[in-house]
Design a protein around this ligand. Structure first.
Ligand SMILES: *Cc1c(COP(=O)(O)O)cnc(C)c1O
Length: 430
């Protein structure tokens, strides 16, 4: 594969892999581009196979909070690999990572490791159904919880970007047990949860929505969700696959001070290796096999390389002021964006939570799926291509969050501001 360009590789990949990619948004169709094939990454930068360097605001969609190829993380992965890559038996590293997770995430007393965020949410819902003996899952429009059948109802970026309402291959019999309601709407929430005809096992929510772009919870939304589910014996699942170890060391639950019954983790806890996890109160978690009857298993679950990466990352996240520093940088960046938009006179809504943000090209505030969908996606596509031409790598969809890492320096962010100003000006000229 030496000396092949991204364009050549994409042609080859399309012959071998559907769409040439192993996850749909990567194909960059929504922004009218072909994907770049990445050769390597370090810190805040990606290098493609053509040798172009990009300042990265995707961060592998969230995991790379320390930047790419952090030396301490790479070292721990290599050390673990030298001792064997998988045994299908318990290892000391699993206890180490589990102890770190239980200590960090306030509502988790026990945790089970899996191989992806999708597995975590899928398993958490099975557990919630097994524990309550009820059937219905409530989710929110525009929230994404991985690609398991039950969740492919109004399911956020990948699905929105492709314009697929749900997905063929998901039987109606399964989807009829999922109810999707608007995010940030407490009236509809209360009406749904109190509906006596619905046998609701759980509500699953992204405590900050990240898969319709960044949509923070409105004041009182998560509080109401917690009190209603508590009152009605419904399991509350926080899908913290993005927000876990991102908004704060203890995730969104620490950030907002609201405790779910079950929490799903992924992305950051794997340090860039394939990991997911779900955890919660001992009483609920002990319903999982072999302790209890709810089945869930995995040949590679708790994989030593992945555990080693997770342990290394979490240790580094414990540095004093890590989260305030990350948040300060992001707040500064977003403030600059606001100033630029005002100066240039372009309609942009900038939503931020911690080190996550999205600039939506729309004049109206974005508070839910409906308002997010009013964004001018053609304008976003143009912005994306303009930024890419200047070496800035953004998410190839309007409905994603940008991720700031510890590796982004002040100079990197100033460059981002300068290029954004240039791009916004060009957008006005069209
Ligand atoms: C990415 C994501 C998932 C799915 O995780 P995978 O590792 O891609 O399966 C689930 N929930 C949320 C909130 C996510 O952002």
């Amino acid at each position: 594969m030496e000396n092949k360009t991204s364009a050549m590789m994409f042609r080859e990949a399309r012959e071998l892999i559907p769409g040439g990619v192993n996850s749909p948004v990567r194909a960059c169709r929504a922004v009218g581009c072909d994907p770049l094939f990445i050769k390597s990454a370090r810190g805040a930068f990606l290098t493609d196979v053509d040798g172009n360097e990009f300042l990265d605001f995707v961060g592998s969609w969230g995991p790379m909070i320390l930047g790419h190829a952090h030396p301490a993380v790479v070292q721990e992965i290599c050390r673990a690999a030298g001792d064997g890559t998988s045994f299908g038996a318990p290892t000391p590293l699993e206890i180490e990572l589990a102890a770190l997770v239980v200590e960090a995430v306030p509502s988790i007393e026990k945790v089970r490791f899996v191989n992806s965020g999708t597995e975590a949410t899928m398993s958490a819902v099975r557990l919630a159904r097994g524990y309550t003996g009820r059937k219905i899952v409530v989710k929110f429009d525009g929230c994404y919880h991985g690609h398991a059948d039950s969740f492919l109802v109004k399911a956020g970026s990948g699905v929105i970007t492709l314009g697929i309402p749900g997905s063929p291959g998901v039987p109606d019999d399964i989807v009829k047990n999922t109810i999707s309601i608007p995010y940030n709407n407490v009236e509809i929430l209360e009406k749904t949860l109190r509906d006596p005809t619905l046998d609701i096992a759980c509500v699953i929510v992204e405590p900050v929505a990240g898969n319709m772009g960044c949509v923070p919870p409105a004041a009182g939304f998560l509080e109401t969700l917690r009190s209603l589910t508590g009152e009605l014996g419904i399991i509350l699942i926080f899908d913290e696959v993005i927000t876990g170890f991102r908004l704060a060391y203890g995730g969104a639950q620490e950030f907002f001070g609201i405790m779910p019954d079950l929490t799903c983790l992924g992305k950051i806890i794997g340090g860039g290796l394939p990991v997911g996890a779900y955890g919660g109160k001992t009483e609920i978690m002990d319903c999982i096999a072999p302790e209890g009857p709810v089945y869930q298993a995995g040949t590679l679950s708790g994989n030593p390389l992945a555990m080693a990466a997770g342990v290394a990352v979490l240790r580094l996240l414990q540095q004093k002021d890590f989260y305030p520093d990350l948040e300060k940088k992001t707040a500064w960046l977003v403030e600059q964006f606001g100033n630029i938009a005002e100066r240039i006179g372009i309609a942009v809504q900038i939503n931020r939570a911690g080190s996550l943000f999205t600039a939506f090209f729309t004049p109206e505030p974005v508070t839910d799926f409906t308002s997010a969908m009013k964004s001018d996606t053609d304008r976003y596509a143009r912005h994306y291509r303009q930024m890419l031409s200047q070496g800035i790598y953004l998410a190839p969809s309007q409905f994603e969050v940008a991720f700031i890492s510890a590796a982004h320096t002040g100079d990197d962010l100033e460059r981002m501001v300068k290029m954004t100003e240039w791009s916004f000006k060009k957008l006005r000229e069209v």
